[in-house]
Design a binder for this molecule. Sequence first.
Ligand code: SF4
Length: 258
Amino acid sequence: MSSLALSTKPAKYAQDLAGTIHSYETGGAVDGPGMRFVLFMSGCQMRCHYCHNPDTWKMKEGKRVSVSEVAADIGKYASFLRFAGGLTISGGEPLVQADFVGALIRKVKAEYGLHVALDTNGGLGDAVSDAWFDPVDLVLLDIKHIDPIRHRDLTATALQPVLEMARRLSWMGKPMWIRYVLVPGWTDAFDEVERMADFVAALGSVQRVEVLPFHNMAAHKWAAMAGRKYLLEGTPAPTPEVEARVRQQFARRGLWVA
Ligand code: SF4
């Protein structure tokens, strides 16, 4: 697996949309099916306490690139990605730059025919039309918390738009993987997981649930951020017993849990 920073060359074509990206990874194995080219967009409206990529939050810390430049970089790996996996657009939050991301997805789909996954926190669905999702094969939808007050405590944003996005994607029949980060003291309470599992089970196009155990590996990134306190310093990873219990809560409803 390699992680590369994109070039900062100016846009080659005036009609190219410009966007701001953080970096990309050419051999991602955990963000969608198979091996993925994972593009990390800059910008996120949430401020999750457990964020692993707080260095993606601010647009001004990213690199300005054109759709053509990014597509050309993806194209170098297209013949491999076509059979091995595909492209995942992550972040940050991709829908902060919905026009750029939409244009990139359409171009990559048209020129290389890649499987495309969108990794989103679901809070900015109002930024795009249903048709925007047409070339998206899979949505990796992170639902951070099922309780509106706890969601706001955890992410500094409202829960309702996320739930609306989930219902909308379900209504559209768009394949989804629901991602749930399991954080001791924040997202592991039995009753709240029950409510989350009920909500997910009522959706129509969920292919799997990914329960992602919290770890502290991003502590060094938080330490480097001026003016931001990392509240989860010292929070342990969930125990195997709690992780198994939470997986079971989803699985009991007939959901496939990874
Ligand atoms: S939505 Fe993702 S990128 Fe944004 S703050 Fe939360 S974990 Fe970080």
